[in-house]
Design a protein around this ligand. Structure first.
Ligand code: UT7
Length: 334
């Protein structure tokens, strides 16, 4: 078998729309309080798109940052793997819209549907293409316009989600470069599908007056069921990944988890014996942006000086599906 080459992250770009939806705004829209939202989720505000801006447009902004930072021409991109649960349309794939908008002529790509684990799944797919030598420059993108599928009369879901996008460039590493992707674990458990979904709009229940009247084109969530599963699996998958690499929490420089709920993150961090300074939490500022949370969290850590080239990073996620993921890498970008 051909020897695999190392794959590394060489650039990171993110985008959030400027408009804010604060807890104070939500207090005027549904029966809730800033205290409840902060205590139960850790969220203070979310960024929300203006009408007309869709998932591809945010992804394009994030990708442009990557290209500019890395001095790359769009035509040098060979593949675009884009994770989203809020594609511009059911088809064509949002990856195609992004490819066209940035002018990545010659690239191919596709969308990944894995909800909050979408970014990790897109990332690992990109990594495989580089490790096998099939491609030299692959974009992994997470972009979600959650505000387009949220019922702003449902206090149980509307306080949680926000909009945003993030992208990373994956390239081959030199032979002795230690800053590479090391290992990953992905799991899906479809028995949890009913706990978090958008019931209508697909082939099972196409859009009709009835589905609209019954508000079936919005996120439906059994919050407690998802919470319990997320608390258990985020820690479990992270611990297994560390163990099988001969590592423990103390070896990790930074834990960058999906941002669904501050309490889920802190519970995983506790089980991994990670001190708070090694845990990236930016949910307060962005809410849960589904496929964009991990790149947005990486960017927050980079900006506050906590994410540096060579750091040993553990990424972890749990999302609708259920989908679960954890990735271990040494950070390769500046
Ligand atoms: O990223 C995708 C994966 N998603 C997740 O990981 C989300 C996991 N779930 C959660 O984060 C939490 O379950 C929520 C934040 C969604 C809810 O928090 P909770 O502590 O599980 O609350 P709960 O659903 O058990 O509700 C407790 C109470 C209920 O009232 P009663 O029945 O006790 O009178 C709710 O009606 O809180 C009420 N409630 C609210 N009160 C004020 C629910 N939402 C709100 C609200 N403001 N926004």
């Amino acid at each position: 078998m051909k020897k695999l080459c190392g794959a590394k992250v060489t650039a990171l770009g993110t985008y959030v729309p400027p408009r804010l939806l604060t807890n104070a705004d939500l207090e005027k829209m549904v029966e809730t309080t800033d205290e409840w939202i902060l205590a139960r989720t850790g969220i203070s505000q979310r960024h929300i798109v203006d009408k007309g801006m869709a998932t591809s447009a945010m992804a394009v902004e994030a990708v442009r940052v990557v290209l500019e930072k890395h001095g790359l021409l769009p035509t040098q991109i060979e593949a675009i793997i884009l994770a989203t649960v809020t594609p511009d349309m059911l088809f064509p794939a949002t990856a195609c819209l992004v490819q066209d908008r940035i002018g990545a002529k010659g690239a191919w790509g596709f969308d990944v549907s894995a909800a909050c684990s979408g970014f990790l799944y897109a990332l690992q797919t990109a990594v495989q293409f580089v490790q096998t030598g099939a491609h030299k420059r692959v974009l992994a993108v997470g972009s979600d316009t959650m505000s387009s599928i949220i019922n702003y009369e449902d206090r149980a879901t509307c306080v949680i989600f926000g909009d945003g996008a993030g992208a990373v460039l994956i390239e081959p590493a030199a032979e002795n470069d230690p800053n590479v992707f090391m290992d990953f674990i992905h799991e899906i458990d479809g028995s949890g599908g009913c706990a978090l979904n958008m019931p209508a709009g697909g082939s099972r229940m196409p859009a009709s007056h009835e589905t609209v009247d019954k508000k079936m084109h919005f996120v439906h969530q059994d919050g407690q069921a998802v919470f319990k599963y997320a608390v258990r699996k985020m820690a479990e998958v992270s611990e297994t990944l560390l163990l099988r690499n001969g590592l423990s929490g103390k070896d990790i420089d930074l834990f960058v988890p999906h941002q669904a709920n501050r309490r889920i993150i802190m519970s995983a961090a506790e089980r991994l014996h990670l001190p708070e300074e090694k845990v990236v939490i930016n949910i307060g500022e962005f809410g849960n942006t589904t496929a964009a949370t991990i790149p947005l969290a990486l960017e927050s850590a980079r900006l506050d000086g906590r994410l540096k080239k060579g750091d040993l990073i553990l990424l972890a996620s749990v999302g609708a599906g259920f989908t679960v993921g954890a990735t271990l890498l040494r950070w390769g970008a500046d």
